[in-house]
Design a protein. Structure first.
Length: 175
């Protein structure tokens, strides 16, 4: 029988990712697995952050700073992730939670972390009420799931009603 030792939960600070984080914590408690919480920030987000920092520090907007303080952005996001986990996870029990923050393409970074960390299960938040269009939206999610080296649990939002076909409990296991 396969055991789950490491669970990966990608986070984007949304309500849906909070739900998937709680679900991941619950699974980790039951399986005594380690939880790896990943936030991937995008280059566009980094540029917006830099514009805000430049404005706050009095830099004229026509003269943007030459260097990109990516390390500053990553440390801010790491702090945001820490606060998000503290706010969302009320009682982690004895679950070991590790936080990771990285910059880049979300799908590629999730794949990379899953491989590097030998992840046994990925818990992803699902936002849309119709599962088929969600999978087919640009095919991005489906391509990522097919490339992951482990099973993927697609966690719908608690608030939304879901069709019962293909759904067991309130989760969908892909693989």
């Amino acid at each position: 029988m396969n055991t789950v030792r490491k669970i990966l939960v990608p986070i984007d600070f949304s309500k849906e990712s909070a739900d998937s984080l709680n679900y991941g914590v619950s699974l980790a408690q039951k399986t005594q697995a380690e939880l790896v919480v990943l936030h991937v920030t995008q280059k566009g987000e980094a540029d917006g952050f830099l514009d805000l920092v430049a404005l706050m520090e009095g830099a004229p907007m026509l003269n943007l700073p030459a260097g990109i303080p990516v390390d500053r952005l990553l440390s801010e996001k790491a702090l945001d992730l820490y606060r998000f986990i503290e706010k969302v996870v009320r009682n982690p029990g004895r679950v070991k939670i590790r936080r990771k923050v990285t910059l880049g393409d979300q799908a590629e970074k999730v794949l990379g972390v899953a491989e590097e960390e030998n992840i046994d299960l990925v818990v992803l938040a699902v936002r849309q009420t119709s599962f088929f269009p969600y999978l087919m939206a640009g095919g991005k999610l489906l391509r990522m799931i097919s490339r992951l080296p482990c099973p993927v649990l697609l966690k719908p939002s608690f608030d939304e009603s879901w069709p019962t076909s293909g759904v067991i409990g309130r989760w969908i296991l892909a693989r």
